[in-house]
Design a protein around this ligand. Sequence first.
Ligand code: HAM
Length: 445
Amino acid sequence: MAAATKKIKVAKASKPVKPAVLQAPKGMHDILPEDAWYWERVEQAVKDTAAFYGFDRIETPMLESVDLFVRGVGEATDIVEKEMYVLKTRGGDHLALRPEMTAPVMRAYIEHGLSRVSQPLQVYYFGPAFRHENPQAGRYREFYQMGFESVGGESDPVYDAEVIVAGARFLESLKLKNLAIQLNSIGCKTCRPNYRKKLQEFYKKEINAAKKTKVVCRDCERRLETNPLRLLDCKSEICANLKAQAPSILDNLCFSCRQHLKGVLEYLDEVGLPYSLNPYLVRGLDYYSRTVFEIFSDQSDLALMGGGRYDYLGEALSGKLIPAVGVAAGIERIIEVIKTNNLLPPKKSAEKIFVIHVGDLAKKKSFALIEQFRKENIKTAAALGKDSLQAQLKAADKEGSPFAIIIGQKEVYEESVIVRDMKTGGQETVPLKMIVETLKEKMRK
Ligand code: HAM
């Protein structure tokens, strides 16, 4: 019986290891219930403005082929070069989390042959976008964008003006005040290459003349070859002096781009929307031509909205020129302004009847009664997890309920309920079969 005498080894209970606290990925955030209301208000404002200006909803996938953004947004842009979240599927496809929605909208327009419907196609969207940026105030790695896009038809300045006006009206509907619209034209395939060359020549001459003194930052040294227009919106102090002396694109537009810009400004004047021309505004996406703009509010230093005309995006994706213009806004930035400036009245929740139980049997009956009330469209709250009468009355108070329905053992047997007026404390017994009627009457008053 050696086995019986053998000591059975009992594993020593190891100290429980405290699991590491998990957090949302850097630059990404949860939308908590206390904030969800702002998001609903903003999304509703997007829908209302879209309906008013005739934009229909479009949804595109969160993931798209990397190629869409490389060809659409531009290989030499920060977004594509440094900020895209890219993955390779098991099947070997290279996909990117969308960093923006304009290229996806154009992809969908081409893929589904949407040029067959009445033009321009006017669509809006509201959803998350992803950019691997350095997180800071107003700049996140996951953020929501809303946008209006007007795709197809003619390259008519009236459509540029229309998306600018719709964008501004959307912000105004959320009580954002003193909007500043900055606008520029970055020309077309005819005039931009000449301007680009002129700009490069200007900078090269100045850099050579300065010899060893640094007159442009390192980023701009690189951009001078790849994307010289971006030198105009460099924020570095080193670049400020030369930037101020650089030739202006507005003096170098071809006749039709000048006419186009004039047209946009005249339409904006017609509706009395103020703007200022900013010849340094070039925007960080390669697909733009002619109109580019950004909208600020005096309550924030960051652009709330940005957009422009992108007639060549369709060509880069399909070989066919597709005139288009649009605008997009960052929802987090808008909500930050709304919250810090108390622009919207606080949430007013609908008044609810509060159902209180005393005892197990009453708890079951309460559960059924709540369901009956909700079917009858009577907004109802309860604290079914709490059994003390005191605790439930406190919860009813906190909820701001005008009436509480109390059910105890006696009421269950008598098929009645107590209706308590939470303001006066007055109580009355009402037969169960009359309660829906009675409550509707009381709520009406
Ligand atoms: P965008 O200027 O890159 O343009 O972005 C539009 C808006 O999205 C910005 O004005 C800003 O409010 C918000 N935004 C951008 N990046 C971030 C970020 N990292 N964190 C928080 N908010 C951000 C576009 O995306 C173009 N697709 C706009 C457009 C539409 N052009 C024509 N149609």
